[in-house]
Design a protein around this ligand. Structure first.
Ligand code: NAD
Length: 440
């Protein structure tokens, strides 16, 4: 169940598998009861989670409710509203050679015992939203919170067993040794959110057992801006999307790609958007988060030397604070453009137009998200047609992942598979093909 018990990963998995074999998790009633209990947890103990998130990441309560707690409640409500519909067997046409009395359909079967490994940046949402999908699919679930968000991990380990069926849902806390031990076990699906290096470890471990995986990874998500856009609106939305959770958001705009004239016009607007959102001194704003730990703080401050500082550029290690920072005249070969930033630094890189922007994007790994700020239908259409990314957002960063009826996931280096809403049922179930030919 939790690390409070000496139960080993192998025993946890065996215990959950025994429960799954009894068929207890399969009825829709069990699934909806678990979802309602999870909803009760979020309603009754949301403040406990918000406090933990504040401890781990300096998130304000408003931000925690918006991006983690209420986000998950919405995912639960959407699932409860539609689950019966999603699970309904789908008839399929039968070819003539099987006779007129034959029928065919698909049916969703739970997979069995699944593992959800969560990261630290949205440590509640990114553990609980996959859990919603797994419970809705009738699976038994082991969840592994991130050790880098220890307060949230402890809160989840305390709260989940108090609300959910502990014979079918287990929390295993810990870091690399515990995760490695879990990965040695046979699961029926592994759902991992985090970086690509560990994604490869997960995929290798899964291969041993022929276990299917979903990898929700990251990467550098570009924001393309052209001169047709209302740059005031662009600056406001970019600043909000980028600096939420101090930039530690997998779908945050990583960098701005624009032409030199638009860049020059955008710079002061981004500076004023930061001030409008977080005040003259963001360190004193209750709404601005902190960097998760010193290692990431040091990595990020090492990236501040690229380009020219438009706004921000200051930091305070004792407070794990890095100011919302915009860098202009950034060389594509500079360190800040060499890796996913995953922090509050927004470089502006200039290109001489759409063709060069498309080449720039397509020369790099397929991003998790791509944002386009343009009033030109032709530009928007060309970017949709000529690039590949996990998601595409016109005019508003981050928001596509709040649409429960859209699949959320990456492609190529940004991941494989997807979830949210009915796509979670696809991920955590097996769609079984059934042919029925009467014997008579
Ligand atoms: P992290 O360090 O918390 O790691 C994620 C999980 O992997 C943790 O549970 C951790 O215990 C486990 N882990 C770490 N090292 C391991 C190892 N050697 N073997 C087995 N398990 C191990 O999180 P992170 O990777 O730093 O997260 C940041 C990355 O995640 C960024 O690249 C970001 O873009 C990506 N991300 C993607 C999404 C998405 O939905 N696609 C969401 C959030 C974050």
């Amino acid at each position: 169940m939790t690390t409070a018990t000496p139960e080993q990963p192998a025993d946890v998995v065996a215990r959950l598998r025994a429960t799954f074999r009894t068929g207890r998790t399969k009825p829709v009633e069990w699934r909806t009861t678990q979802l309602r209990r999870l909803r009760d947890l979020l309603k009754e103990k949301g403040d406990d989670l918000a406090a933990a998130l504040h401890t781990d990441l300096g998130k304000s309560s408003t931000e925690s409710y918006r991006t983690e707690i209420d986000f998950t409640v919405r995912e639960i409500d959407h699932t409860l509203d539609h689950l019966a519909d999603w699970l309904r067997p789908e008839p399929a046409p039968v070819p003539a050679h099987l006779g007129a009395d034959a029928t065919a359909r698909t049916q969703y079967d739970p997979l069995g015992v699944v593992l959800v490994i969560a990261p630290w940046n949205y440590p509640a949402q990114l553990l609980l939203a996959p859990l919603v999908g797994a419970l809705a699919s009738g699976d038994a679930v082991v969840v592994k919170p991130s050790e880098l968000a220890p307060a949230t991990s402890a809160a989840l380990a305390r709260l989940l067993p108090a609300y959910l069926d502990t014979d079918a849902v287990a929390v295993v806390e810990g870091g690399i040794p515990e995760t490695t031990a879990l990965l040695a076990e046979k699961f029926d699906h592994i759902f991992y959110t985090g970086n690509g290096a560990v994604g490869r470890i997960v995929l290798r471990a899964a291969a041993e057992h022929l276990t299917p995986v979903t990898l929700e990874l990251g990467g550098k998500s570009p924001a393309f801006v052209d001169s047709t856009a209302d740059l005031q609106v662009v600056a406001d939305r970019l600043a909000r999307g980028k600096f939420l959770n101090a930039g530690q958001t997998c779908v945050a705009p990583d960098y701005v790609l624009t032409d030199p004239a638009t860049a020059a016009a955008l710079e002061p607007l981004l500076a004023s958007a930061v001030e409008k959102t977080y005040g003259a001194d963001p360190q004193r704003s209750g709404e601005y988060g902190r960097i998760v730990n010193e290692r990431h703080f040091d990595r990020l401050t090492g990236l501040l030397g690229s380009g020219r500082v438009v706004v921000g550029g200051v930091s305070d290690r004792a407070d794990k604070y890095i100011a919302p920072t915009v860098l202009a005249d950034v060389d594509p070969a500079s360190p800040v453009m060499g890796e996913e930033i995953f922090g509050p630094i927004l470089p502006i890189v200039t290109v001489d137009g759409l063709d060069e922007a498309l080449a720039f994007i397509n020369d790099r790994d397929k991003p998790l998200a791509l944002y386009v700020f343009s009033e030109s239908a032709e530009t928007r259409d060309r970017i949709a047609a000529e690039t590949s990314s996990g998601g595409l957002g016109y005019g508003l960063p981050l928001a596509h992942l709040t649409v429960s009826d859209l699949p959320f996931g990456g492609v190529g280096e940004s991941g494989m598979g997807n979830y949210h809403g009915r796509y979670s049922i696809e991920t955590f179930s097996h769609r079984k093909a059934i042919l029925d030919k009467p014997l008579g």
